[in-house]
Design a protein around this ligand. Structure first.
Ligand code: GLA
Length: 371
C-alpha cells in the first residue's frame, strides 16, 4: 500500500482513544496528549521557521510545544569565519519559537562535526594552543548564548564527546584543550545565561559501555560543581534497538544522578539494511548498503504497523519516567524532512508521512498518553 493511504485520520484517532474508556474523545495533538508529562518537540529547518513550508508549518504549530534548530545554530552556520557571526537565520528561528509559544532549544555549542577547520588552526594551518582555542570557545559561547539570553531556554552545550566504549572521544577539542574542555564549555554557557538549562547530548547511551562513560562524566561534572542540568539521549533508534528494557534502565541510571533526562533527536530507522548500525554517527549515513532502497515505493502496511508498535513501546517507557523526562523531541516533522533519507535510502522514521498526514505511528503514540 502507498504510504499516503495508510494513516488513520486525526478524528478517528480521537474517537479510538476516547471510546476505550467511554471518556470524551481523546486528545488530538501530541502536545495536548502529553501536556502533563513533558514537552513534545521537533527539530525544524530554515524553510519551516521562515513560515514557508506549507505542509510542515501547520503540523509544527498544531502538534509541538518545543523546538530545536536542525542546523542553523551549529558552529559552521552561525560562526563561519573568525570574527564573523551570522545571526539572520537564528534570529528568525527564535522569533518563530516565541511567536508559537514554544520552549526553545539551542543546538549545539561544542561538537567535532559541522565545526569549521579554522577553529582549531592558526593562520599557517598549524593547531592552535590550548589558550587560543579556549579563547575562541569562550568568545563563541558568550556571543551566541548571550545574544539569546532568556529566550533560548536550554542549550546542548557539548555534543557527542564519548566513544562507544565510554572513553573520551579524541576530538580536536580534547586534543588541544584536554578533558576539561567540557567543564569550560559549561562554565562559559552558564556565565552567558545563568538561567539557561545546560545539557550534555549524545547517541547510543543505551549501550552499557557508553552509558557508563556518560555516567562517569556527569558524576565528575557534578562533583566539580559544573552547572549541568540535563542529559540528552538522542535516540536515533532502530526497530529492535535499544530494547524497551535498555531504554528504561538508561533513563533510570541518569535520573539517579540528579539530572533531567531529555529525548532530544528521536526517529526510528526502518530500512532493513541499516538495522545493524547501532550508533548515530552521521559519517556512516551516506555509505551504500545492500537493500537500502527496500521501500522506495512506500512503506508496506506490515511495516507501518510494526513502526507504530515500536513507537508505542518507546513512549510507554517515556511516560513511565515522566517525572524525570522533561522533553521528547523528534528529529524532523515529516518523513520527507528526515536526515535518514539519503541517496541510498528512502526512509519513514517519523509520525507524519511525506504528504503531512499522520501515520499509524502517530495514533499509536497518542494512544499511550495518560487520560
Ligand atoms: C547528530 C546531531 C544532530 C544531527 C544528527 C543527524 O545527532 O546532534 O544535530 O546532525 O546527528 O543529522
Amino acid at each position: 500500500m502507498k504510504n499516503n493511504l495508510a494513516p488513520i485520520s486525526l478524528a478517528l484517532a480521537g474517537l479510538l482513544t476516547g471510546c476505550a474508556t467511554h471518556r470524551q474523545p481523546g486528545p488530538l495533538t501530541l502536545k495536548d496528549a502529553f501536556k502533563n508529562d513533558f514537552f513534545i518537540g521537533a527539530a525544524i529547518n530554515q524553510t519551516q521557521f521562515s513560515d514557508e513550508d506549507l505542509r510542515g508549518d501547520p503540523i509544527i504549530k498544531a502538534q509541538f510545544n518545543s523546538t530545536t534548530p536542525e542546523n542553523i545554530l551549529k558552529w559552521e552556520s552561525v560562526h563561519p569565519q573568525l570574527g564573523k557571526f551570522d545571526f539572520a537565520a537564528p534570529d528568525r528561528y527564535v522569533e518563530f519559537g516565541e511567536k508559537n509559544n514554544m520552549f526553545i532549544i539551542g543546538h549545539t555549542l561544542v561538537w567535532h562535526n559541522q565545526t569549521p577547520r579554522w577553529v582549531f588552526q592558526d593562520e599557517n594551518g598549524k593547531p592552535v594552543t590550548r589558550d587560543v582555542l579556549l579563547a575562541r570557545m569562550r568568545d563563541h559561547i558568550l556571543t551566541v548564548v548571550g545574544r539569546y539570553k532568556g529566550r533560548i531556554k536550554g542549550w546542548d552545550v557539548v555534543n557527542e564527546a564519548l566513544n562507544e566504549d565510554g572513553t573520551m572521544r579524541n576530538s580536536p577539542w580534547r586534543k588541544i584543550i584536554g578533558d576539561d574542555y567540557i567543564e569550560k564549555a559549561f562554565q562559559f554557557a552558564h556565565k552567558a545565561d545563568p538561567s539557561a538549562q545546560l545539557h550534555y547530548n549524545d547517541y547510543s547511551l543505551e549501550n552499557e559501555p557508553k552509558r557508563n562513560g556518560a555516567i562517569a562524566l556527569i558524576k565528575r561534572l557534578k562533583a566539580e560543581g559544573i552547572p549541568i542540568t540535563a542529559i540528552g539521549l538522542q535516540d536515533h533508534v532502530k526497530m529492535n534497538w535499544p530494547t524497551p528494557d535498555q531504554e528504561d534502565a538508561t533513563i533510570s541510571a541518569f535520573a539517579k544522578l540528579g539530572v533531567k533526562v531529555m529525548i532530544t533527536e528521536l526517529d526510528v530507522d526502518i530500512v532493513p539494511a541499516t538495522q545493524h548500525n547501532r550508533t548515530a554517527d552521521i559519517t556512516l549515513n551516506n555509505q551504500p548498503a545492500a537493500g537500502a532502497n527496500a521501500f522506495t515505493n512506500g512503506l508496506p502496511e506490515a511495516q507501518q504497523q510494526a513502526l507504530a508498535q515500536r513507537y508505542a513501546e518507546l513512549f510507554r517507557v517515556f511516560v513511565k519516567h515522566r517525572a524525570d523526562i522533561s522533553r521528547v523531541t523528534f528529529w524532523g516533522v515529516t518523513d520527507g524532512d528526515s536526515w535518514l533519507n539519503s541517496r541510498n535510502r528512502v526512509n519513514y522514521p517519523l509520525l507524519f508521512d511525506r504528504a503531512g498526514q499522520p501515520k499509524p505511528a502517530f495514533n499509536a503514540v497518542i494512544s499511550v498518553a495518560r487520560p
